[in-house]
Design a protein around this ligand. Structure first.
Ligand SMILES: [Zn+2]
Length: 359
């Protein structure tokens, strides 16, 4: 089989994108081919993508009630879009539905929640979000919350998972919502492995051995995750793929974010500043898409082909790898896996089968 035949035959699943943010903030209509962000249903179809998790994201900076309200707004956007394009895509909550939708030529849209903030400390709300379709929860994001600590904070609040976090994990296990360890601290990671009775996932992280940043997993963490049946879904974000790039891009990203915020406030001369910052950011040579496959290779070398997949983080990242500029470019990964000698069975697992197994 050619790489294209393989790519078309297998069920391709991306376990994380922030496309609902683009719907609300940039007016993205996912049924039309656009140049907004990295994902729409047309570009997914072009990229041979059969299933994708849309993140219901909330910031750790928002007030508790604001978190729940913004989460509801994100749900509403996704439901509205799926209601508008029933011939293109449908909501899915299990593997069987995703497979059936592929047979019908439709895309399966799953829901994940990024940051447990909207739940407050109320397990009834967790059960409600399960009924609304949520099938994984990333316990926190860039801050410590009621559930656990983030890898991004200097001061830790719990040194792992909180007492409420333990209750939350037990109820997620009972319901069948996957626990996502992306963004959480190393101590929280080990608490999750201790408390969860079911396999655990990282829906969008990379390998710290290849790029030493706190968002990535150490070799020992990858081995422990795999020993419990879990899966690491490789993130496409260049600063997580390559340390040299990460060091070079950090100040440029900071300036771009500041300039964007200033532009949003419409202060004098801010447009010029933003364009300059954007130019500098995109002038920096980016790592190739092959670097994503280097991270896949690394996980396979540690724990075999049953514990790795892809979680693009598209629409949540500012820059993309060279050659992987949006979701329509995804077949390059299958081509590269073929070029590196992976079998059909392994490619099927990596490009979606491993994650699907846990749903
Ligand atoms: Zn994230």
């Amino acid at each position: 089989m050619t790489p294209k035949e393989i790519h078309d035959k297998i069920l391709v699943l991306d376990s994380h994108c922030d496309t609902p943010i683009m719907m609300r903030r940039k007016g993205l209509d996912i049924g039309k081919k656009t140049d907004i962000g990295h994902v729409d249903l047309v570009r997914m179809k072009e990229g041979g993508v059969n299933a994708s998790f849309f993140a219901i994201y909330v910031s750790n900076k928002w007030e508790p009630f604001e978190c729940t309200f913004k989460a509801l707004e994100a749900f509403a956007s996704v439901y509205d879009m799926l209601g508008k394009y029933p011939q293109l895509a449908s909501l899915a909550t299990d593997a069987q539905t995703a497979r059936a939708l592929k047979e019908q030529g439709k895309i399966a849209i799953f829901l994940g929640m990024e940051n447990a903030g909207p739940i407050h400390k109320d397990l009834s709300l967790l059960r409600l979000f399960y009924r609304m379709g949520v099938r994984y929860i990333t316990l926190t994001h860039a801050g410590n919350n009621e559930v656990c600590d983030s890898c991004a904070t200097r001061e830790k609040r719990w040194h792992g998972v909180s007492p409420f976090g333990r209750e939350l994990i037990a109820e997620m296990n009972r319901l069948g919502i996957l626990v996502d360890v992306a963004h959480i601290s190393d101590e929280a990671f080990y608490d999750v492995l201790k408390y969860s009775t079911r396999p655990v996932v990282s829906t969008h992280s990379c390998c710290r051995a290849l790029c030493d940043v706190p968002r990535n997993l150490t070799d020992q963490m990858i081995k422990d995750l795999a020993a419990r049946g879990g899966v690491l879904q490789i993130n496409f974000n260049p600063p997580f793929l390559d340390k040299e790039y990460s060091l070079a891009v950090d100040p440029l990203l900071d300036e771009y974010e500041d300039a964007e915020a200033a532009y949003a406030q419409d202060s004098d001369g801010s447009r010029e500043r933003m364009e300059k910052a954007k130019k500098a950011l995109f002038a920096l040579p980016r790592p190739s898409y092959k670097r994503v496959v280097d991270h896949i290779d690394h996980v396979v070398s540690l724990v075999g082909p049953d514990h790795v997949g892809i979680g693009s983080d598209f629409d949540g990242i500012e820059v993309c790898p060279e050659g992987l500029e949006d979701i329509s470019r995804l077949p390059v990964l299958t081509e590269e896996l073929c070029a590196r000698g992976y079998s059909y069975e392994d490619i099927q697992k990596i490009m979606g089968g491993n994650f699907l197994r846990l749903l």
